[in-house]
Design a protein around this ligand. Structure first.
Ligand code: ES4
Ligand code: ZN
Length: 319
């Protein structure tokens, strides 16, 4: 078991961290019927498309700054209890806009929850603003422009999430140029629902220091070598991958093969209750199912701190 190990994560979508019990409480607060999205205290979806729909429904249950503060504080406090010292949450101002809360209040609510969790437990955290790929390049440019002008101390990076099978990476290079010029850290979902070409495109058109998932790079030996040579860090989410049937089971998951090939990998939870996982469980699976030694798991945590989008003084404190 890995409860005694220090942990860090770089990849968790904050609305996707909502425990079903909290979603039910929020639904009661706003008088929303959740029978289509929650059954037996579990989220209902059966493929990536219906997962995204379910995710959006859960997000629509958070409507005020206070709602988002509660969500961030609850999630980060639970992480801290499992030995986590650092977490990067993926946040989506587009979801804040959809419920009429607005992007600024959305960010401020989350920041208040992050501050409260830090005061209570010491856990350090940052936000990465995400563009949503299936909303199209123009919408993502608008989100990138928002991220670039925000200059909030807890917002330190930009991601691109959503339906990877829509649009080409090249169509988003302008959005990434905007956030790169604002000195935000860059990462992008690639090599999860689409194959190795998607990871290659991400490297060529975005030049990120990290890739969200990236695991299907395993389909191309030369690409695996390129990732290792260039030191690109993969935010690997094994439980998510198995849940979404990217790989049939943990035994066929490529985490170990990527690690052995010298790729810098980290452990992450993605949307934990949707995928019946938690960061602690990802660590446990790496240990008990994938056969990583504690020293190797500590190495992955160290890689996460090395690749974290934080200032150098904070990074040194985390080591
Ligand atoms: C995602 Cl848009 C979005 N939300 C949550 N999880 C995701 N994974 C990929 N895209
Ligand atoms: Zn993700």
């Amino acid at each position: 078991m890995t409860l005694h190990l220090k942990k860090a994560e770089l990849h968790c979508h904050i609305e996707g961290a909502t425990p079903p019990e909290l979603a039910l409480r929020q639904a009661r607060k706003y008088g929303v019927d959740t029978s289509a999205i929650i059954r037996d205290k579990a989220y209902v979806w059966d493929d990536f498309t219906s997962f995204l729909k379910c995710y959006d429904s859960v997000a629509s249950l958070f409507r005020t700054e206070g709602d988002y503060a509660l969500l961030a504080e609850a999630y980060l406090s639970e992480l801290a209890e499992a030995g986590t010292i650092y977490s990067e949450i993926i946040v989506s101002p587009d979801h804040g806009n959809t419920v009429g809360l607005g992007a600024d209040a959305y960010i401020e609510g989350l920041a208040a929850g992050m501050d409260a969790a830090k005061a209570k437990t010491g856990i350090e955290s940052r936000m990465l603003i995400t563009g949503i790929r299936h909303l199209g390049p123009e919408a993502v440019i608008r989100t990138a422009e928002y991220a670039a002008r925000l200059r909030h101390p807890l917002v330190t990076g930009f991601n691109l999430a959503g339906e990877e099978r829509m649009h080409s990476v090249a169509e988003f290079s302008r959005a990434f140029d905007i956030v790169r010029d604002a000195d935000l850290g860059l990462t992008i979902h690639a090599g999860e629902l689409s194959g190795a070409f998607s990871v290659r495109d991400a490297l060529d058109h975005v030049r990120p220091t990290r890739i969200s998932h990236g695991v299907r790079a395993i389909e191309d030996e030369d690409l695996v070598k390129r990732l290792a040579d260039e030191g690109v860090v993969l935010e690997v989410c094994p439980g998510s991958n198995v849940s979404l049937q990217v790989f049939p089971d943990f035994a066929s998951h490529p985490l170990k093969a990527l690690y052995t090939a010298g790729v810098r990998v980290t452990l992450n939870s993605d949307d934990p209750p949707f995928f019946h996982t938690s960061l602690a469980q990802e660590y446990d699976i790496a240990s008990t199912v994938m056969g990583f030694e504690d020293s190797e798991i500590n190495g992955m945590t160290r890689t996460a701190i090395e690749a974290a989008f934080v200032d150098e003084a904070t990074r040194q404190r985390l080591f």
